[in-house]
Structure formats: C-alpha cells, structure tokens
Write a protein that binds this ligand. Sequence first.
Ligand code: PEP
Ligand code: MG
Length: 591
Amino acid sequence: MTFAIHGLAVSRGIAIGRAVVVASSRMEVVHYFIRPDQVESEIQRARTARNAVIDELRRLQEEMPKDAPGELDALLDVHLMLLQDQALAEAIRNWISERLYNAEWALTTQLEIVSRQFDEMDDEYLRERKADLEQVVERILRHMKGAASPIAQAAPPLAPTGATPAASGQQLQLEGATETPLVLVAQDLSPADMLQFKSKVFAGFITAVGGKTSHTAIVARSMDIPAVVGARAASQLIRQDDWVIIDGNEGVVIVDPTPIILAEYGFRQRQTELERERLTRLRYTPSLTMDGQKVELLANIEQPSDGAAAVRAGAVGVGLFRTEFLFMGRSGNLPGEEEQYRAYREAIDGMQGMPVTIRTLDVGADKPLDKAQPKDYYLNPALGLRAIRWSLADPVMFRTQLRAILRAAAHGQIKLLFPMLAHRSEIEQTLAQLRQAQHELDVRGVAYGPVKLGAMIEIPAAALTVRSFLQYFDFLSIGTNDLIQYTLAIDRADETVAHLYDPMHPAVLRLVAEVIAAANAAGKEVCVCGEMAGDLSMTRLLLGLGLRSFSMHPAQILAVKQEVLRSDCSKLAPWAGEVLVSECPAQMLAP
Ligand code: PEP
Ligand code: MG
C-alpha cells in the first residue's frame, strides 16, 4: 500500500530505489558490492565465519564446568540452533548472489528482517530471542573482521580517515553494482557514517532524526545525494526492500509507490538532471553581477579529495575545509602531524593553486569523534566542549594540527580559520598556540609558509563584538548554521524544533548584516560559509547586504552563480536595508 512520510528536505533531488533499512549500530560493518565472479568466494567467506562460530560455541559447551547454571547450556543451544538455521543461511546467500552485497552487508540486512519478525511476535519468550540472534550475528561479524574479505583488502581506502572500510567498495561498486538503486533508511546516522557512503553505494538517504543543518544533512548535501531527515518513524514503517521515492526537494518519502506515481517521479528526476546539465554551462562564466560586482564562489569540503568536485563545479577556492572529518571514527587513534600534513597538501594540490581555507578541528555536539563518545553525557553538548574549546583544552593535539597546516602552507595559499571563538582571551590563547607551533617548527628546522588568519563568527557574542575580532584577524567567516542555532536557542540537529530554525529571523539577519558591514568598513574579507550561502532564496539578500564571498557545498555553486548573474547590487542594497528593518523579513523575500 502506498503511503507518504514527511520529513525535512535537506539535500535536493529525487532518488528512487529499494530500501536498505539499518540500525545505526550496524553501520560500522563494511558495505560494498562484489562482482558476479566473486559470489561463490563471498558465500564461502560467510560460511567459514559461521562455521568458526559454531566450533567456538561447541568448544564452550564442552569446556563448561559441571556446576555452570543449566540456562547457560540452554542458551548456547539456542545460539547453535540459530547458527544452523537453513532459512537464515539461504537468505544470506540470496543477498550475496542476487544483490551482490558483501557478506557482512548480507548478514546485517537479513538480521534487520528477522529482528522485525521477532518484534512482531506475541510470545514474549520468542520476542526475546531477538537478542540471541543479534549476539550470534555479532559473533559472525567479529570472525569476518578477523578474516577480512580479500576484495575489501585489495581496494584502496577512500578516505584519509583510514578506518572507512566501506569505502573499499568505491571502485568495486562500479564493476559489481546491481541494476537496482538502493536507498538507505536509518534511525540516525552520524556524519562519519555518511562519509562511509561517499562511494555512492546509495542513491539516497532517509533518517528518522536530524535537522536541516545537522552535520549529517550537510554531508548528504556535499555528496549531492537526495536526502530527507527527521522523517520520524521511517525506520519502523519502511521495510527492507520496499520501493521508496525520496523527494529531497519537498522532504517527502513515498513508500511502495503505484506505477503512476513512479512514472511521475521518474519524469521529475529527469527534469532535475536536465536542469543540472544546463547549469554546467555556467562553469567558466565569471561570477559577476549585472552591475559588474565580482562575487567569489568557494567550496566547503569535508575531505581532501573533495577538491576535485569543487574544481569541477567552478569554485575559485575552498572557503571551508572541515578538518574534523579527518579525525572521526578512528577509535582515539588521531591522525599525527605527518598524516595531517599529507591530507592538507592533497587538498591544496587538488585545488590547483587556488586558496584553501582550513578550519581547525570542530568536534563535539553533533560531530562526535567516535561513536563510543557519550553523546548525551553533558546536558547541552552544543554548549559544551566543542571546536576551539576542545582544541584549547588539548594544546598538544591542537599544535600538532597547527604545525601540519603551517607546513602545508609552504606549498600553496592557505587561510587558517578558527571555529567558535567568543572571548578575547580565547583569541589570545589561540594565537599564542600558533606562535608556539611556529617556534616548534623553527626549532626542528622544518619549512613552513605564511597563512592568513581568520575567525568564524558563529556565536552571537562574537557577532556583537566583531570589531575586536577585526583587530586580530585578516578575514572573517560567518557560520550561519551555528549563529542561528545559538541566536535562536534551537538545536540544529533536533527535528522537533526544526520549524523554529529560521535563517530569516530579524535577529539573525541583523547579526549577519552587522558583521558584513563591519568587515567591509575595515577593508577585511568576509565570507558566509554556513548553509545560508548555498540557499538560493538568500543569495540576493546577502548580495544586497554587501556580501561578496560565499562558500557552500560544490553541488550548489552553479545554481548560486546563476542567481549572481541575474542580480544587480545597486538595486539590491536599498531593498536589503528595508528587509533588515522589517519585522517580517521573510514576507519581503517572497516574489
Ligand atoms: C556553521 O556553523 O555555519 C559552519 C559553517 O560550521 P559547521 O556547520 O561545521 O558547524
Ligand atoms: Mg559551526
């Protein structure tokens, strides 16, 4: 039966495919496609792991002390029974041979299906067997980890973050992908989970929780994959393998569509692709307004290799490199100076001589370093140890990053950006750490280059005291995502208050306008690098407020350029002034 689920539109476009429903805890298993000629060996790999667990449990049973409680023996019997269940083995084989899923993926997919069946059982005893099944699957997965697929081992890692085995499917996916597109449905996905799927195994994403500017949504946008977040109950209502349409423009998910609906969305999908193709013609067009104002369009990137997409989209530099993605999902094994240096160099080289703005680590809140990190240990993680506060609390780690960035600056234009500064004392401590990092390199006799220094303006206190920031920094970058979050007291990752997350709130606009005006008056560069920069409905207003530098995910650059080409700043400036004093600015934007 066809039904629709409403959520938040976070990444444009339309995706149509079969649902892969996962629990976020199972996201850590590798997901990639195998080639048809690898089916047999992959089935064998699953079988070997299962047999190893059977042996292990039998040994446990044999060695069990005589006085061990009888339940333990019975429990092992249940586990052994599940392991030898032919239906389970058959289903796993099917996922591998028909869908070309790797063994781990096949196993967890089947686990999701069976778990649901357990959930729906009336008998409490049987319902509780779900936990046993999960334990059995965990054991098999552990064995597989110990004996990683030769396919996965052979493929190069995708991300410099190292521990992204899913990425190993990046190349294999092209050879072995099934014809059917897949869309991922999850309760929640961390930004690091999203990055795992950068290999484009999935045509779209649906999550039950999350806000428009949650980092998960930002990564989906940067991957240019249709996504809907905050689609509550999606992971309960959508079943494994259901056909699903994701309308990332409207924030709607249609489950089990009729042929007529499918045809309609297929048509819209082609229209979107045509529109994108049409925009690519603007790639080499200089970004000038009708009255000749030059407007800089920059890219936000999460990984060094994203530079290629930025160049393809016609970016004239990177306005924000979110370096925290290099640090995530590494179980505490953070990248050292050398590894970071190589990553920053890769980003610079990828940008072919254009400037790269590298922001120092911004972890915390909805960007945990590791899943293990207790997310809600603190009452308000967004107000806690995050971004520059984190760096200043761990100066050794901070200076390691600073040294790596300074060394990379010897090879290209780097602008160094610090997140979430609010206090003068923080600015001074930050600059002292920078001087010390330079000194450490001097002592070691290692070459480094000059960097321009910038501050993110993303806390209202910083916006209100922007003049003192201008004394210290060469440029400013307005982080509207956090500026809105902190001005309106709205958790950007919480879908229950997403309707209050309003970029057009007069208070937000006034803060943004003041920062732009103050920087322009001081003759210093100012950029917006929050999601507002890529929001087409805001382009003309920001131009009218005097902004000439926008940084956004690459997929949005050409559409914004089209807006720039159609704009006349001389007319926009007086209108923007009126919007700014209006009590209801949103109404003035309406056409
Ligand atoms: C912002 O806050 O607007 C920003 C660009 O930084 P992040 O989204 O990474 O917090
Ligand atoms: Mg921010």
